[in-house]
Design a protein around this ligand. Structure first.
Ligand code: AMP
Ligand code: GLY
Length: 425
């Protein structure tokens, strides 16, 4: 039987998911809501916003969609999967009551504390006054301040001293720079160590972690500049040793799934563990209720098992029956961003050279088509992702392909994978 699939979202992550789904030939058609210029070459883009849940459900019903993938955090937190299920449309992703694991940092911190899952020490504040008086007593810097709700990956401030911390509290809680997501804040201990991202498929009973990866969150080389959605990734992450993998499974992954079940919030979909390997063991920095971006652009190219089969098993609760296999290769993805990202940047510049890329996959994050040409249409524009037998080769291949692409004010980091190479055993 041929099926129709709908993917909600519009970035490089969604492009990577769509390209992988296309390998399954029972899928006759893929729609992307809303997709983007590049995605339109691989799926039919429909002009419905990822947060317009009613329109998404209506579209799915009218077009007899057999299976949906809800990729971004906001529609998940808004309950898109629940609403689709009400109309008997199976959808990959957690229900609203489980997506809160990303939707509220206060929830996720309290969950970890209650179930003994290792994370940074923290305090929660619902008023600026109490947070200010806490900071005035605090002696240890840097300290980390996080807005409770979703903030496009930017709601985290690492404050070097008291002044920065007080300014941070004011901007989040009083000036509301992250909107309502800053009504409550978490102030937490600053942790040190290499960061590791692990995405895992789970149906609430079985958890199958994917190959590990490493994101590069800061805008500039050597981890300088502002935090971004992610400027590049490599997989696997060499700091994720066999011992660490075992520790994570026992102390973090399984306990998290069990904790969510005990709370009556069974998590199904892709659970993202943002981890830090500290000298006191691995700790959870954050959970995301979805695939990471640009982690997906290095993880899925290494996936050997059919993605659609895994996704259906995740929804059906039969993930224990599927072997999730990854190739032993390495992957590297370089994000090409608009000059000025993550703050102000211009859109609409013509992109040239994509057609010359032969060795890497090019995933479109923020592009549109004008007069039959690709133009920039977002902060992160393209992800150039290469795989090879070893990490150095994957990095070299991706960077050599990047040289073929041009758009005005294009910015990318030159050191993606540098830290990972230092960690190679
Ligand atoms: P998050 O949005 O929670 O992933 O935070 C964004 C980034 O801030 C993380 O990837 C880390 O690099 C950094 N970060 C968050 N929490 C901490 C912490 N407690 N200690 C050190 N760095 C942190
Ligand atoms: N790359 C980090 C994230 O997807 O949240």
């Amino acid at each position: 039987m041929k099926v129709k699939v709908m993917v909600v979202g519009s970035g490089g992550r969604e492009h990577a998911i769509i390209k992988k789904l296309k390998e399954n030939d029972t899928i006759e058609k893929i729609f992307a809501l809303p997709g983007n210029g590049g995605i339109s070459k691989d799926a039919e883009c429909v002009d419905i916003k990822a947060t317009d849940i009613d329109a998404i459900v209506e579209f799915a019903e009218k077009n007899n969609i057999d299976f949906a993938v809800v990729a971004p955090d906001d529609p998940l937190v808004l309950g898109a999967v629940d609403k689709l299920a009400e109309k008997n449309i199976p959808a990959f992703g957690p229900n609203k009551n489980a997506a809160i694991i990303e939707g509220s940092k206060v929830f996720s911190k309290e969950l970890m504390k209650k179930y003994g899952i290792p994370t940074a020490e923290y305090n929660v504040f619902g008023s600026a006054e109490k947070a200010v008086s806490f900071i005035k007593q605090n002696k240890k810097y840097p300290i980390v301040i996080k807005a409770d709700g979703l903030a496009l990956g930017k709601g985290v401030l690492i404050c070097a001293d008291e002044k920065e911390a007080l300014d941070g509290i004011r901007s989040i809680m009083e000036d509301k720079v992250f909107g309502n997501s800053g009504s409550s804040i978490v102030i937490e201990e600053f942790l040190e160590g290499p960061e590791i991202s692990v995405l895992a498929f789970t149906d609430g009973k079985t958890i199958k972690p994917m190959v590990s990866s490493m994101d590069h969150k800061r805008a500039l080389d050597d981890d300088k500049g502002l935090n971004t959605g992610g400027m590049g990734t490599v997989a696997p992450n060499p700091y994720y040793t066999k011992d660490i993998e075992k520790e994570c499974m026992e102390k973090i992954f399984i306990p998290t799934i069990e904790a969510m079940n005990k709370e009556g919030r069974t998590f199904k979909g892709c659970l993202y563990f943002g981890l830090m390997a500290t000298k006191d063991g691995v700790k959870v920095i954050e959970y995301n209720c979805r695939f990471g971006d640009p982690e997906t652009q290095v993880v899925l190219p290494l996936l050997k098992t059919d993605l659609f089969t895994i996704m259906r098993a995740t929804v059906d609760g039969t993930l224990d029956k599927v072997d999730v296999e990854f190739s032993a290769d390495n992957a590297c993805c370089i994000m090409l961003a608009s000059g000025g990202y993550p703050t102000d940047y211009k859109k609409g510049y013509e992109i040239t050279g994509i057609e010359n890329i032969k060795e890497s996959e090019v995933y479109h994050s923020g592009t549109a088509i004008k007069d039959n040409k690709f133009i920039t249409n977002g902060g992160r524009v393209l992800g150039v992702s290469a795989t090879a037998k070893d990490l150095q080769k994957a990095i070299d291949k991706a960077y050599s392909d990047v040289k073929n692409i041009y758009f005005k004010d294009m910015h990318y980091r030159k050191d993606i994978g540098k830290r990972a190479l230092q960690g190679e055993k």
